[in-house]
Each structure stands twice: as structure tokens, then as C-alpha cells.
Design a protein around this ligand. Structure first.
Ligand code: FEC
Length: 312
């Protein structure tokens, strides 16, 4: 049977607290963090890790669920799609995943990132590394750059927004007055001058989800900006909450559409940090559930992967 490799790429996370330093050093392109920076990051992990680092387990589950969905949806029974993991900042690294495919005799593969929106600084970086390794291994690879408006992805996010709006209503809030705050990981501001599509794609996803979910009032905000000297895209969610409080907004639903699973940037930056600020401001802040292995998300990924073959 003909096999097509699927390189499923994700951010990666440490597997234990003593791996945090190496992980952080990798994110910082080989520059080790200061003691203070390391402690600050370890403290954040300690606040969310219940024995296992959530992103580790979630990426495993997503890849397993994607494999099952591909097996089910693939109409060509003479062709098998085989998933491999390739992580940006932890093992198995992107290069390890590509090398493993080559070792297993795979000659053609598709690369996809567990992040729906393209930026040269995010998905572009994953693709560049996978492509370089694929060339070295003599593997032919195609890449999916974004899937931010796939109808099933929009449906999955919209169902989550709508379910949480129902809860606000049950608690006595006026549905149309709940502010839906779409969010995504910030990036350095310089991407705008580079004509990067990241911001526009995120706004397009937000508008489509808001429309489908019938959200009366929504806006977009950034979150999780890096701790570096360069300016990052804003406003940050913490500032946005302060502004909303001044505008007498009492109910806020955050929908982090730039992320697809539970991890530090959701479980700490939103569930702990943003919630604490909201509490101070007397705002009721809720968050939509993450997609994780939502069948609609798995079908989104499968359909875009299968489509790469149909176009030939
Ligand atoms: O749960 C976990 O262990 C990992 C959570 C995690 C995800 C994630 C996703 C994205 N990042 C993106 C961009 C940057 C840029 C820098 C940067 C730094 C960090 C640090 C940690 C971290 N990121 Fe991350 N990111 C996650 C975790 N990220 C930890 C280092 C400490 C800190 O700044 O908080 C800055 C690098 C530099 O110093 O130059 C840029 C983007 C995404 C969303 C797309 C994707 O998933 O790839 C963009 C999850």
C-alpha cells in the first residue's frame, strides 16, 4: 500500500520541571534564560501542571485522533496516511519527525501545524525547518499554511461560544451584552510592516465565529506577549479588560481562537492571570473550552490534508 506521511507539528512542552531550562533556552534560540526568568517560568508551570504537562498529553491525543479520523475519511483505500509528530521546541523535534518518516521508507509527506493562522514568525518557522530537513532526507513534502476559515473549524469555535453564552444567560446576563473577546498569541509588531497575514486571518476567524454564534458584541485582543525588548502587538488582554471595565462591561467571554488545545498560554495566562485581573475589576470572565480532540477540528485537519492529494 502507498503511504503518505503526515507531519503533525506543534509547539512542544517540557515533560518535567527539570527540562524547563533546556526548553526555554531552545525558545530563546540557544540563549539561556537568567535565573529570574527561569524561576518565573517554572512558577507558571507549577501553577498548571498536575503531574503531566498538559500540552504533552494533548498533542499526543490530537495526533492519535487525527490518525483515526484520516483512516475513516480517506476515500482512497489504496493509500494510507501515517501521522508523525514534529515539535518546535521539544522532542521529537520537527527534524526528528521528518527523519523518522524517511527511515520508515516514506517518500512523500504533508506537513500541518496545530495552529490555524499563518505568520512568517509562527507557522512559517515550522515549515522552513521541516522543508530543510525534508530536502536533506530526499523527502517530497507539501505544506498546509493555514485553515483559519474552514467551515468545520468555525462551527467548532462557534458551538463553544454559543454554549458559554447560554451559561451567561442562565446566570441572568443579557446575551447580546456579553463581550466576546477573541484572542491569540501576540507577535512582535514588526510583522505588520512585513505584510504578514496573521492579524487579518485572526480577525477573519473572529468575525466568522461571531457571526455564526450570533455574538452581539465582540472585539479582538492579543495575549501572552513575549518578555522581550521589542514592541509586541497590542492591546494585551489585561489592558483590554481594564478598558472594558471603564466602559461598564460586566460579562466577558474569552475565545482564544489562535490556540487549539489546553496549555500554559490558556491555563495560566487566561485562567489564572486574566481571571485574577477580571476579579479585581469585578468582571465575570469565562473562557470557551479548547478544541483539543473535537471531532470537527479533527475533520478540519483531515479534510485539508486529504485535499492536498485531490489537487494533483
Ligand atoms: O504549554 C506549554 O508548555 C507551551 C505553551 C506555549 C504555546 C505557545 C505558542 C506560541 N508561541 C508563539 C510565539 C512566541 C514568541 C516567543 C515565545 C515565547 C514563549 C515562552 C514560552 C512559550 N512561548 Fe510561545 N508558546 C508557548 C510557550 N512564543 C514558555 C518563553 C517565555 C515567555 O516569553 O513567556 C518569544 C521568543 C523570544 O524570546 O524571542 C515569538 C506563537 C504561538 C502560537 C502558534 C503556535 O502554537 O506555534 C506565535 C502553545
Amino acid at each position: 500500500m502507498n503511504k503518505i506521511g503526515v507531519l503533525v507539528m506543534s509547539y512542544g512542552t517540557p515533560e518535567s520541571l527539570d527540562q524547563v531550562e533546556a526548553y526555554y533556552t531552545h525558545i530563546r534560540r540557544g540563549n539561556p534564560p537568567t535565573e529570574e526568568q527561569l524561576k518565573e517560568l517554572k512558577d507558571r508551570y507549577e501553577a498548571i501542571v498536575g503531574g503531566v504537562f498538559p500540552l504533552r498529553a494533548n498533542t499526543d491525543s490530537q495526533v492519535a485522533a487525527l490518525q483515526e479520523t484520516l483512516d475513516r475519511l480517506n476515500p482512497d483505500k489504496g493509500l494510507q496516511f501515517v501521522c508523525y509528530q514534529g515539535l518546535k521546541h521539544a522532542r521529537p523535534f520537527i527534524e526528528d519527525g521528518v527523519a523518522k518518516m524517511a527511515e520508515d521508507g516514506i517518500t512523500e509527506a504533508v506537513g500541518i501545524v496545530l495552529a490555524p493562522h499563518y505568520s512568517v514568525m509562527s507557522v512559517g518557522g515550522y515549515i522552513k525547518r521541516a522543508q530543510a530537513k525534508a530536502e536533506e532526507c530526499g523527502l517530497k513534502m507539501k505544506f498546509i499554511e493555514s485553515y483559519h476559515l474552514h467551515p468545520k473549524l468555525i462551527q467548532a469555535f462557534a458551538e463553544r461560544v454559543s454554549a458559554k453564552l447560554d451559561l451567561f444567560e442562565e446566570a441572568g446576563a443579557e446575551r447580546s451584552k456579553v463581550k466576546v473577546l477573541f484572542s491569540a498569541h501576540s507577535l512582535p509588531e514588526k510583522i505588520l510592516a512585513m505584510g504578514d497575514p496573521y492579524q487579518d486571518q485572526l480577525l477573519a476567524t473572529s468575525a466568522a465565529v461571531a457571526e455564526k454564534a450570533g455574538a452581539g458584541s465582540w472585539q479582538f485582543t492579543w495575549q501572552s506577549a513575549g518578555r522581550t525588548a521589542v514592541p509586541w502587538l497590542g492591546p494585551d488582554i489585561l489592558d483590554t479588560l481594564r478598558t472594558l471595565s471603564q466602559e461598564q462591561v460586566e460579562d466577558v467571554l474569552v475565545a482564544p481562537v489562535g490556540f487549539v488545545s489546553d496549555h500554559l498560554e490558556i491555563l495560566y495566562d487566561l485562567d489564572i492571570e486574566a481571571k485574577a485581573i477580571a476579579k479585581e475589576l469585578d468582571i465575570r470572565l469565562e473562557r470557551i473550552d479548547s478544541l483539543n480532540t473535537d471531532p470537527l477540528y479533527m475533520e478540519t485537519l483531515s479534510e485539508v490534508i486529504l485535499n492536498t492529494q485531490a489537487k494533483e
